[in-house]
Design a protein around this ligand. Structure first.
Ligand SMILES: Cc1cc2nc3c(=O)[nH]c(=O)nc-3n(C[C@H](O)[C@H](O)[C@H](O)COP(=O)(O)O)c2cc1C
Length: 176
């Protein structure tokens, strides 16, 4: 089975989580990880699972204004420079009927009380586009805007990836 992980990331934290999730998925999948800047407009027919992730900006997925605000705070260039997950999700198309999908986000622990997450917003867009949800959207935490990830979050992401893969196998067994 083949999985594609598409991430948006300004300062590198979401990219790190994406790579750890891909590691976990490898228990059941051949996995490719791509920055949304390079994500394909059409998912090839061998992709069974799509995993998408983005940083939470202003309670949801980034917008032009939040991305330029992030760019002014970045010590160097941002990791994702040209595209964004919201637009990619709005236009990406599948070449087969059933593609499973899950969403994750990073967000700041300092504002944990704020509602909203890029993962929930992305999961909603995935549902609208007809993807089959596998597990609930999940958040991973950074200490502050630029990071770093809280201790343990990379391992948690690896475990989450393995759990998603297990869930996919379980859904096949349920159909037998
Ligand atoms: C413009 C902007 C708005 C943000 N808004 C939120 C927010 O509403 N809630 C939250 O938890 N974190 C918020 N953050 C913190 C980001 O979630 C954090 O920068 C991100 O998780 C880091 O991931 P990245 O390194 O992949 O960009 C915001 C960050 C920026 C730059």
């Amino acid at each position: 089975m083949r999985a594609l992980v598409v991430f948006e990331s300004m300062f590198g934290n979401t990219e790190e989580i994406a790579l750890a999730i891909a590691d976990g998925l490898q228990t059941a999948y051949d996995v490719d990880v791509v920055n949304v800047d390079e994500a394909p407009p059409v998912l090839s027919s061998d992709i069974d699972l799509l995993v998408v992730g983005a940083p939470t900006h202003a309670l949801g997925l980034s917008r032009a204004q939040t991305r330029s605000e992030a760019a002014t705070r970045a010590p160097g260039e941002t990791v994702t420079k040209h595209k964004n997950l919201r637009d990619w999700l709005a236009s990406a198309s599948r070449s087969r009927n059933t593609v499973y999908a899950v969403a994750f986000a990073t967000r700041a622990v300092k504002v944990r009380w704020l509602p909203g997450s890029a993962a929930r917003a992305a999961a909603k867009l995935l549902r609208r586009r007809g993807f089959e949800s596998l597990v609930k959207p999940t958040d991973f935490y950074v200490e502050d805007t630029l990071g770093p990830l809280l201790p343990g979050e990379v391992s948690r992401a690896r475990i989450w990836g393995a759990e998603v893969a297990a869930k996919r196998v379980e859904s096949d067994l349920d159909r037998l």
